[in-house]
Design a protein around this ligand. Structure first.
Ligand SMILES: Cc1ncc(COP(=O)(O)O)c(C=O)c1O
Length: 386
C-alpha cells in the first residue's frame, strides 16, 4: 500500500529533535520555547476546583462565554478596542489550531500567502494543505525589520493572505506603529486578508506598549488575530488559545473550527476566566517578569564570546556565535548540546532559503538557576573555541 504524502518535506521538527538530544546528554534545554518554572498556584487550584465541580463536558463550540467576556475585557484594557464576546472571539486548542483554521478559512487552491522568514513552522504546512503556496520574504540580522516597499513588490493578483507575527519568534523583533500602518495600507489597497500571530503580545520590553492589528481599523476588518494562553499563563501544555476576527470572518472560522476540534478543554476555560477576573496582574506583570529574565540572561552572557542580538519582546534571545565556531548552525547546536551541555535552536530551520549565518536561538523562559548554569557553560566557549 502506498500513501502519497500531502506534506512530503515535513519530518520530525527541530524542537523535538533538540529536546530529545538535550535529554539524552543531560544538557540544559534552552531550545524549545516552554517555561520550566512552576505555574501560578491559584490557576492550578482553580483548574482542580472546576474539574471537581463537574465542568467536564463539551464547552460551547465558540468557547465558554465567561472566558470570552473576560478576553473582551482584557482587549479593552490592553488596546482600548471593543471586541464582541459573542460574535468575534472563538476559543481554540492553542494558537496552533487558530492559525490552522484561519488559514483553511481563507486560502483556496492556487492562492499565494506571504510569510516572513524566519517564520514559525506551522504556517507553511497549513497553507499547503489548503492548496496554497507560501511566498517567503527573508528578514535579515541584526534587527530583522520589514521593508514594506519590498513586500509590495512581491504582491501578485494571486496573493490572498499575509501572515505576520509581532512580537516575533525567533528574533524578538516588535512591530512599530509605522509597521502596522504600512501593513494596514497594503492589506487595504490590495484587498488582502491578514493573520496576525500575536501569541507573545504581553511580552514587550523597554517601555514599549503592546500593539495589535486590532488597533488599525483598515487592518482589523480583514484580520484574524491569534493569541495563546499557553504563553501568557506559562501553561503551554494546556493548549488553549483564541482567535478574534470581525463577525463575518468569525462565522467562516467557526465553520471549520467546529469540525477540527469542535471545542476545547472545558475546565481550563473556566479556570482561566476566573484568573483573568481575579488576578489581572498576572497579565499586566508579564512584560516586567520576562524583561527581568532577559536582562539577567544578557548580563550573564555579556562577557562571553557570543554576540547578543537585540531582543525587544518574546522570550527568545538570538546570539551570533561566529567568533566561536565556523560550523553551520545545525551542527553547532548538536555540538553545543553534546559537548557543552546547552541545547539551542539553529536559526536556519526557520527559513526556506538556505542561510549561511552563525546564529542560534535560546529560550530564556527558564528558572534563574537554569539560566545561570547555562550561561556559565556558555562562558567556556571563549577559551575552548572549535
Ligand atoms: C509564533 C508562534 N505562534 C504560535 C505558537 C503556538 O502556540 P500554542 O502553543 O498556543 O499552540 C507558537 C508557539 O511556540 C509560536 O511561537
Amino acid at each position: 500500500m502506498e500513501l502519497k504524502s500531502k506534506l512530503p518535506t515535513v519530518g520530525t521538527t527541530i524542537f523535538t529533535r533538540m529536546s530529545q538530544l538535550a535529554q539524552q546528554h543531560g544538557a540544559l534545554n534552552l531550545s524549545q520555547g516552554f517555561p520550566d518554572f512552576p505555574v501560578e498556584p491559584r490557576l492550578l487550584a482553580e483548574l482542580q476546583q472546576q474539574v471537581m465541580a463537574g465542568r467536564n463536558q463539551y464547552a460551547p463550540m465558540p468557547g465558554v462565554l465567561e472566558l470570552r467576556q473576560q478576553i473582551s475585557g482584557l482587549i479593552q484594557r490592553t488596546y482600548g478596542v471593543q471586541v464582541c464576546a459573542e460574535a468575534e472571539i472563538t476559543i481554540t486548542s492553542g494558537a496552533t489550531e487558530a492559525l490552522f483554521v484561519a488559514i483553511q478559512a481563507v486560502v483556496r487552491s492556487g492562492d499565494e500567502v506571504i510569510v516572513f522568514d524566519p517564520a514559525y513552522d506551522s504556517y507553511q504546512p497549513a497553507v499547503e494543505l489548503a492548496g496554497g503556496k507560501t511566498v517567503h520574504i527573508q528578514l535579515c540580522a541584526p534587527d530583522y525589520r520589514v521593508d514594506w516597499a519590498a513586500v509590495e513588490r512581491r504582491i501578485s493578483d494571486r496573493t490572498r493572505l499575509i501572515i505576520v507575527n509581532s512580537p516575533h519568534n525567533p528574533t524578538g523583533m516588535v512591530f512599530t506603529e509605522l509597521d502596522w500602518q504600512a501593513l494596514a495600507d497594503l492589506v487595504q489597497r490590495h484587498g488582502l486578508f491578514c493573520i496576525s500571530d500575536e501569541v507573545y503580545e504581553h511580552m514587550v520590553f523597554d517601555g514599549r506598549v503592546a500593539q495589535s492589528a486590532r488597533q488599525y481599523a483598515a487592518l482589523a476588518e480583514r484580520s484574524f488575530i491569534v493569541s495563546s494562553f499557553g504563553k501568557t499563563f506559562h501553561v503551554t501544555g494546556w493548549k488553549l488559545g483564541y482567535c478574534t476576527a470581525p463577525k463575518l470572518l468569525s462565522v467562516e472560522f467557526r465553520k471549520i473550527h467546529q469540525y477540527v476540534t469542535f471545542s476545547s478543554f472545558t475546565p481550563a476555560q473556566y479556570a482561566i476566566a476566573e484568573l483573568l477576573d481575579t488576578a489581572p496582574e498576572l497579565v499586566t506583570g508579564l512584560a516586567a517578569f520576562y524583561q527581568h529574565k532577559r536582562d539577567n540572561f544578557r548580563q550573564l552572557l555579556s562577557s562571553s564570546a557570543l554576540q547578543l542580538l537585540p531582543c525587544e519582546g518574546t522570550y527568545f534571545q538570538l546570539v551570533d556565535y561566529s567568533a566561536v565556531s565556523n560550523l553551520p548552525d545545525l551542527e553547532f547546536c548538536d555540538w553545543l548540546t553534546t559537548e557543552v551541555g546547552v541545547a539551542a535552536i539553529p536559526l536556519s530551520v526557520f527559513s526556506r532559503q538556505e542561510q549561511d549565518s552563525r546564529i542560534i536561538r535560546f529560550c530564556f523562559a527558564k528558572q534563574p538557576d537554569t539560566l545561570a548554569q547555562a550561561a556559565s557553560r556558555l562562558q567556556t566557549l571563549r577559551q575552548s573555541g572549535q
